[in-house]
Design a protein around this ligand. Structure first.
Ligand code: ZN
Length: 425
């Protein structure tokens, strides 16, 4: 594998600011959370020489008064953000187990036959599609990051390197036939034109097929104060209400919604081509009404969320400062994109947390964007012997704490930063 070309401070990303909603075109966008100016959360730095020249962009959340979609308005050129991506799904055990379950659920639901085509958009290294291959299906990956697409092809998963939209959906149907399933896991929130994305899926899917998309749940994010999942790659934050409205706009009707625990709580939406078969399922509409009642489309509720975020920052910084003042050594675990939002928003740098560790070999040896924590291999915990580990990759907290049993047995303790900082032994 050739060395991936990373996003670096030398490449000046093209940045623009939207003035209208990416879901409905409405122009009343109400800001309720300001996370400050932040570097790109996956723009890990190669050397100290790059520290001075990091581009930073506003990171603010807005509610569309017309359709209720929560979104960023600052958009970075996707070629810069995703052209070569460091997140390889195959590296986590939690994700691998999730993929196996997911593939068998979908295969069972649709009674997949060997000739059936399964397309995944943003297929990453092909981990999920390999699960479908093992179940006997024909598969096709669509992955815009060329270095990652190459990994997938190397593993035997046919993969096209394109940005998916309405036209690509139609083109893929021409060249490969209709898809029984079009999957999009954690991609819809990343695209600036989510309506075009769903319309492309509508073009590609067979009449008796399903479009299945998984997005982080905005309801869970608010509930558990997961504000660190806000970063520039992540343009939309879907309440079920906003998502169902968007699907309808693309000619899809929502037949089912599952809540899945991955990535801090996600929504999995199953949609069929709209046509003679009627409306969204009644239980889907009931779930939408429940979210609206809970205030997820209300500016007041979202301003309350923003106030809690401020309290989290104050509490985390106070805890870390106290531990340092008491002479404790602190390290961090994980170098996920969300960790960088947390560190940058809270202003937690190397004076409080001198390093982090990560299992992803593409991140080890680099520095986190903005706060410049060196990323060390996980084995460094044994040498450095910190007293506390701040878990930045909190969605894998259980897996991490299991793997770090030796650290815990030696008296080490973990800090979970959200929803309020908590020390766990
Ligand atoms: Zn809107």
């Amino acid at each position: 594998m050739s060395e991936p070309a990373l996003v670096t401070a030398r490449e000046r990303p093209v940045h623009r600011r939207r003035s209208s909603c990416r879901g409905c075109g409405g122009t009343e966008l109400q800001q309720f959370l300001d996370l400050g100016r932040q570097p790109l959360a996956n723009a890990f730095l190669r050397s100290e020489a790059e520290f001075g020249a990091e581009p930073k962009y506003p990171l603010t959340l807005h509610l569309c008064a017309s359709c209720g979609l929560v979104q960023l308005i600052d958009v970075i050129d996707p070629e810069i953000l995703f052209g070569s991506y460091l997140y390889v799904t195959g590296t986590s055990e939690t994700i691998a187990a999730h993929n196996r379950d997911y593939a068998s659920t979908v295969a069972g639901l649709l009674n997949l036959a060997p000739a059936d085509l399964v397309v995944e958009v943003a297929s990453n290294d092909g981990s999920l599609l390999r699960c479908f291959q093992r179940l006997g299906a024909r598969v096709l990956g669509v992955e815009p990051a060329s270095n990652i697409a190459e990994l997938a092809r190397g593993a035997g998963v046919p993969t096209e390197t394109v940005f998916f939209d309405r036209l690509e959906g139609a083109r893929l149907r021409e060249s490969h036939g209709p898809a029984r399933v079009v999957l999009g896991n954690n991609v819809l929130a990343h695209v600036d034109d989510p309506l075009g994305f769903l319309a492309g899926a509508r073009q590609l899917v067979a009449d008796d097929g399903l479009v299945i998309v998984e997005v982080p749940s905005f309801a869970e994010m608010v509930e558990r104060l997961e504000y660190d999942t806000v970063y520039h790659e992540h343009l939309s934050y879907f309440s079920l209400a906003a998502l169902v409205r968007l699907a309808a706009g693309a000619g899809l009707r929502v037949v089912r919604v599952d809540r899945v625990p991955v990535h801090g709580g996600s929504l999995r939406l199953y949609a069929a081509p709209a046509g003679s078969q009627g409306e969204h399922a009644a239980e889907v509409l009931a779930a939408v009404a429940e979210e609206v009642r809970a205030g997820l489309t209300s500016l007041d509720r979202l301003r309350g969320f923003a106030a809690q975020v401020e309290r989290n920052r104050a509490a985390l910084v106070a805890l870390l400062k106290r531990l340092r003042a008491e002479g404790h050594a602190i390290g961090a675990y994980g170098a996920p994109a969300k960790g960088n939002t947390l560190l940058n928003f809270c202003g937690v740098g190397t004076e409080l947390v001198p390093y982090t560790v990560d299992r992803n070999p593409l991140k080890v040896g680099r520095y986190t964007p903005g706060m410049h924590l060196p990323v060390l291999p996980v084995e460094a915990i044994r040498d450095r012997r910190p007293d506390f580990l701040l878990i930045l990759a909190w969605n894998f907290a259980e897996e991490i704490m299991r793997q770090q049993a030796e650290f815990a047995a030696g008296g080490g303790r973990f800090i979970l930063p959200l929803p309020m900082p908590e020390v766990v032994t």
